[in-house]
Design a protein around this ligand. Structure first.
Ligand SMILES: [Zn+2]
Length: 137
């Protein structure tokens, strides 16, 4: 039992001490790694689909419009996946260098509940709210 406690303390990053336990961090790390792999596959698949559609358009101009629209949709999804992948890789970096769970904007703890729900979150809820564009009237 004592051995377990010593091991946990050694693994515990300096920051976010109260927020997440080593077991949580391991779980989040595994989740983020898996997510990054899925997103990479999604991006590759989208790229291939767009390339195939483009080749199709050259061959058959009749329904090029439909295919261009489909390609645009695919590209939008790919960009979204790409953005998410960057956030996911950023979170994995922070896990490695011990800054995971620290808001990249204000430096305060992001909060364990938020990190469990959104492990790739870069900023705390307060900073996310203030950075949102004001609603148009
Ligand atoms: Zn913040």
């Amino acid at each position: 039992m004592n051995d377990q406690r010593t091991r946990d303390d050694a693994l515990r990053p300096e920051k976010a001490v109260d927020a997440l336990r080593p077991a949580d961090l391991e779980e989040i790390s595994a989740e983020l790694t898996e997510r990054a792999g899925q997103l990479r596959e999604e991006i590759t698949a989208s790229d291939e689909a767009v390339a195939a559609l483009r080749a199709d358009c050259d061959l058959d101009a009749a329904d090029a419009g439909t295919k261009i629209a489909a390609a645009q949709q695919l590209r939008a999804r790919r960009d979204e996946a790409h953005g998410l992948l960057q956030q996911t890789l950023g979170a994995l970096d922070r896990l490695r260098n011990g800054t995971f769970g620290v808001c990249t904007s204000c430096g305060r703890p992001v909060g364990a509940a938020r990190l469990r729900a959104v492990p790739h979150a870069e900023r705390c809820i307060a900073c996310t709210r203030t950075s949102e564009p004001p609603r148009s009237r």
